[in-house]
Unconditional design. Structure first.
Length: 474
């Protein structure tokens, strides 16, 4: 008989409340807001366009594809089922590797915010490369340990992050309302018009699309959701509505509180709260607010670290990457090898970027922009899958009808392509355009090239194993 090896089993521990909080933490990322708001009121229109033409179609795609192809892997599994093995691997690879750069930006943002917890006079520590590296390493190690212990433990960091996000956003917007009602605002209609030189604004569209991804994250952990067919649609809807409201409200508050030319990409949120709190004589609340925001940022890091590590785990099981990446912890039943590799590569990338830019804020923006490009590539597959399913001669209705899938597919595909292209325009924090473009173009080519290398090297090994298994008879 043929000898079969039993696949590792993961635990179903995520309920609807956990998923809603996970979506809020993953989608509503306060760390991208300052770099967007720094481009002025015109970004509010970009938010509305992105919510309508990218975010809503994303929710439709996630619900439809999770309904048709349930299981662990999400964007990896969907692209694999619809377009074939290589496209599935490339989709999952880009999703994973983008998070290798995105997680370090979360760590840097954590550093920029957490120094306010120490009290006045410590803000400059965020620009100290040694301190930023050390603090990032400590937080990264803590998140890896908690996620290795399992989503049953790690999800509480996500949940605390979700609660911290709600409270921090409520305080931010509440202060904004008080300031406007007492002192009015200096914002005029001119602030919402497209500037004469729109180069820096163009980069914002890609970052906004990047900021709106995350609804697909839970599906990557499909085998760890309790009753996913029933739980996922409602959680996606609630998570999407709450995240969209929070993004627009928080962006408007930043514009009210801080001049766009003074917004720091690392400390903009706390800057706004500090400025508004002093105006209404409640300066004492800055440190508690920074603490809540730090919790939120830690939750964001935990959600993306834990979720994206499932991609190499599944790829390891499929033998497209080293098989040991598919190992699970004997005690906690978690993909510990993939988690550790993810953290190690993230640390190397942030160190290299620090050395090349010599500036914490420029490093943050460079890492974020390349993460945008790699993150959005799987969404080309996701929206393309909707169109392929809808135009198939043997189309069978899933969760949505053909017309809905066509609208979501076309709208999402166009906005995703635009977001990728515009990410190559440098943000205003970038001082050397040449270095930035080399980083962006070179990084994109290198990571896609590595995907092809791993797929074809380990793919050939997979074929050899299948042939050997067929010939093994006991």
């Amino acid at each position: 008989m043929t000898v079969a090896q039993e696949q590792p089993h993961l635990k179903r521990v995520l309920g609807r409340r956990d998923l809603v909080l996970l979506f809020v933490v993953a989608v509503f990322n306060l760390n991208v807001l300052p770099s967007i708001a720094a481009n002025g009121g015109v970004t509010v229109w970009l938010w509305l366009i992105s919510l309508l033409l990218f975010f809503w179609p994303q929710g439709i795609a996630v619900i439809e594809l999770a309904h048709r192809y349930p299981g662990e892997g999400g964007v990896y599994l969907w692209a694999k089922e619809v377009f074939g093995d290589f496209h599935g691997f490339l989709s999952g690879w880009c999703y994973w590797t983008n998070n290798m750069m995105y997680v370090p930006t979360v760590m840097l943002y954590f550093v920029g915010v957490s120094v306010f917890v120490l009290g006045p006079g410590h803000e400059s520590l965020a620009d100290n490369r040694v301190f930023a590296m050390a603090a990032s390493l400590v937080l990264l190690a803590l998140l890896v340990i908690l996620n290795v212990m399992g989503l049953g433990v790690g999800k509480w960091i996500n949940n605390l992050g979700g609660i911290g996000t709600f409270v921090a956003a409520a305080l931010l917007m509440g202060l904004g309302i008080v300031i406007v009602s007492k002192f009015g605002t200096t914002i005029s209609w001119a602030d919402f018009q497209v500037p004469k030189d729109p180069r820096f604004v163009l980069n914002s569209f890609g970052v906004i699309c990047f900021g709106l991804v995350g609804l697909e994250l839970a599906s990557i952990m499909g085998d760890e959701i309790e009753n996913p067919q029933k739980t996922l649609p409602g959680a996606v809807a609630w998570g999407g509505v709450l995240s969209g409201f929070l993004y627009i409200g928080a962006t408007m508050t930043l514009l009210v509180a801080v001049d766009k030319n003074s917004i720091s990409v690392l400390q903009g949120i706390v800057q706004a709260v500090n400025h508004m709190a002093k105006q209404v004589q409640v300066g004492w609340m800055v440190a508690p607010f920074a603490f809540l925001l730090s919790l939120s940022i830690a939750g964001i890091g935990s959600a993306w670290l834990g979720g994206s590590a499932r991609i190499p785990f599944v790829a390891g099981l499929d033998s497209y990457m080293p098989a040991w990446l598919g190992r699970i912890h004997p005690k906690y039943a978690t993909p510990y090898a993939a988690l550790i590799v993810h953290a190690a590569v993230s640390l190397i990338l942030v160190a290299v970027n620090f050395l090349s830019t010599g500036n914490v804020q420029a490093s943050f923006q460079s890492l974020l922009s390349l993460a945008v490009v790699l993150q959005l590539i799987p969404f080309l597959y996701m929206f393309g899958a909707l169109l392929k399913i809808a135009f198939d001669d043997g189309f069978v209705r899933g969760h949505y009808g053909k017309g809905t899938l066509i609208f979501a597919g076309i709208s999402g595909l166009v906005t995703t392509t635009l977001g990728i292209a515009l990410a190559f325009f440098p943000a205003q924090q970038i001082k050397s355009v040449w270095s930035y473009e080399v980083w962006m173009v070179g990084g994109t080519i290198v990571f896609i090239g590595l995907a092809a290398f791993f797929f074809f090297v380990y793919g050939s090994r997979k074929a050899a194993r299948k042939l050997e298994a067929r010939s093994t008879v006991v």
